[in-house]
Write a protein that binds this ligand. Sequence first.
Ligand code: NOJ
Length: 438
Amino acid sequence: MSTAFPNGFLWGAASASAQIEGAYLEDGRTPSIWDTAKKKQVKHGENCHIACDHYHRYKEDVALMKEIGLKSYRFSISWSRVMPEEGRINEKGLRFYSDLVDELIKNDIEPMVTIFHWDMPLWVYKKGGWLSEKIVPLFRDYAKVVVDALSNRVKWWMTINEPGCFIMNGYLQGVHAPFKRNYLALSKLTRNCMLAHAEAVKVIRQYAKQKPMVGVAFSSGAYVPKSESEADIDIARKKSVETGNGLMANRWWMDPMILSKPVKAYGIFSSKEKDMAEICQPLDFIGLNIYSSFNYGDWGDTEKAPEGTPRNSLGWVIDERVMYWNVRFIYERYHLPVMITENGVAANDAVSLDGKVHDPNRTDFLYRYLKELKRAIDEGIPVLGYQHWSIMDNFEWAEGYDPRFGLVFVDYSTQKRIVKDSAWEYSRIIQTNGSCLK
Ligand code: NOJ
């Protein structure tokens, strides 16, 4: 078995507009629902108005990506930057993304675009946001603007990032923008979101100027089996993707969008057979954002993690085995090539006296999770690439700036960037196309 990853494997990193760009009112941009979050809704009252100031520093940031050796970079578009109000295209906003794409290509980095990563324009929200069916044509128009502007150079597309997460956090639990608690609207929210996704897929296929690779980035997860006996694997498989557990994270979205199968949940929520033909549009890959297993705590099971279980700085359990099982169970059910659209670890990184950022735990995390990914690849599962979350420390939504997920450290008071030790290790992994992992 080869020690290397497949040829052309896309070793990359990811980000999202609201989390890094800043420049929230510049060049005609209007606020998103995250720009107007109240102080008490974010950990220390932070906001994302400046964030990493990537809008002004994108060239420097792309130069760092190049130095690390990234082959791809996944980023998202700020809807209110390119469409600050209904029906109006903002050329200056589009220019930013066009320039970013040019800069990436100049540096041999494949651009990968997420059309929607949570920063809904305030004007769309005021029309009802995901609660209103009006979002479907609005989203289609927005997707078309982006595709028209970038598809001559962009091949990789993700329509929506983690629908399960922003619906759950933003509309059910009220902990993310727009901070609503409206459980009873779950079926409606899901339907609007899936229809908007479907429209975007159609727009990309119809208007892209080159053959596109179209997918979605799902928040995913899986149960790690208790042992590798067939019986235990089967229990884990069922709980991960076939029954109600892990619902909002996997099957609730993927069955309708990929298999054209409606899903029923908790007796009162469901997707409808009549919508399936529209919702299920052909995809070229499935994007998986993989962090923790479902076995413990928050993710829906009752089992308590043993004391001292490794966790990241947000308290999420670190268990690299989820990478293999998640990819395997999802591939078995959906048969689509897999792109790891996110995976990474939050830590309390700091600058040491020597001026560097030593983050051995992130390096260890990378090795652990990538070895498990390699196991899936060795078993014949087509995995197209791995986008580490994140290229740089950034605004972690309601958690503010404390959790640092970056390969590059950001000093928010000066905007100075420092490439962390783990990024140099990642660089070595990329240079050897993964052979050094064995
Ligand atoms: C999920 C989201 O897509 C991203 O925005 C977030 O920062 C990371 N995972 C870490 O929580």
